[in-house]
Design a protein around this ligand. Structure first.
Ligand code: C5P
Length: 243
């Protein structure tokens, strides 16, 4: 069998050349990292769950007309995606204070925010992905005014969709991160949701018990990570065993 060309390897995923021009294969690893890879482990089954969960969320968004890179799932650990030019920003939406906003601004974890807050972090592992302002983004040319408007609008639409879906299964969407990429269609560029949407990149709290069902289970040593992700998958009817 011919060896595939690896395009990029990140902390939790690998991108391979796709079967057609403009496509890539995204492979989900079992590796878990936190605190900019200062904490690492291999969590058996995590990649399979995230592949299925990201498929579920991205398919739902595509159906709603929120464009994403997702084309189709190939197998347990791989999905076919559109190749995009990733904008070097992590876009975070917060509904409830937790994690870095609580630390930075001294807001108690669990405090509802007055409205969803969109933040941008510059993607740079060496710098630890620092929070940046729209001024930085425009001045350093990472995105245009139009891109910023489009990114905020995409992020808020993803927030509406994800919050609603999670609420339906008794889970509060506290916050999440997405990455956004450019695709070029003739003379036009369009921004679409890329990377993954999974419990690795969201904070998900059980509405009744407050139990954490996301990567904080790993970051804070709260129990078994795959059990938490499998619970999210079970409630959403996403069964990784039928791959
Ligand atoms: O750490 P912080 O509170 O800023 O994280 C906000 C949200 O973004 C969390 O859901 C976290 O899982 C996600 N995130 C991520 N990748 C990062 C940083 C944060 O998925 N590099």
């Amino acid at each position: 069998m011919a060896r595939r060309t690896k395009i990029y390897e990140g902390k939790a995923k690998i991108l391979y050349e796709g079967p057609e021009p403009g496509t890539l294969v995204q492979y989900f690893k079992d590796d878990a990292t936190a605190f900019n890879a200062a904490k690492k482990d291999v969590i058996e089954g995590k990649g399979v769950l995230n592949n299925r969960l990201s498929e579920f969320f991205m398919t739902g968004l595509n159906e709603l007309g929120v464009p994403t890179h997702f084309i189709r799932r190939i197998n347990m650990r791989e999905q076919l995606i559109r190749a995009v030019e990733i904008i070097p920003l992590e876009v975070v939406v917060r509904n409830i204070a937790a994690g870095s906003i609580s630390k930075r601004l001294g807001i108690e974890e669990g405090t509802a925010l007055p409205r969803p807050i969109v933040e941008f972090y510059y993607k740079d592992d060496k710098l630890g992905d620092p929070l940046v302002s729209e001024e930085h983004i425009l001045a350093f040319g990472w995105a245009s005014h139009q891109d910023l408007d489009d990114m905020v609008s995409l992020a808020l639409r993803v927030n509406d969709f994800l919050s609603g879906v999670m609420m339906g299964v008794g889970i509060r969407l506290v916050d999440f991160k997405i990455e956004i990429g450019r695709v070029f269609e003739g003379d036009f560029q369009r921004l679409i949701v890329a990377d993954e949407i999974s419990p690795d990149s969201c904070r998900l709290w059980d509405i009744k018990s407050g139990e954490k069902l996301d990567k904080d289970v790993f970051r804070r040593d709260l129990g078994n990570l795959t059990d938490a992700y499998a619970e999210v998958a079970r409630r959403l009817g996403v069964m990784p065993t039928n791959a």
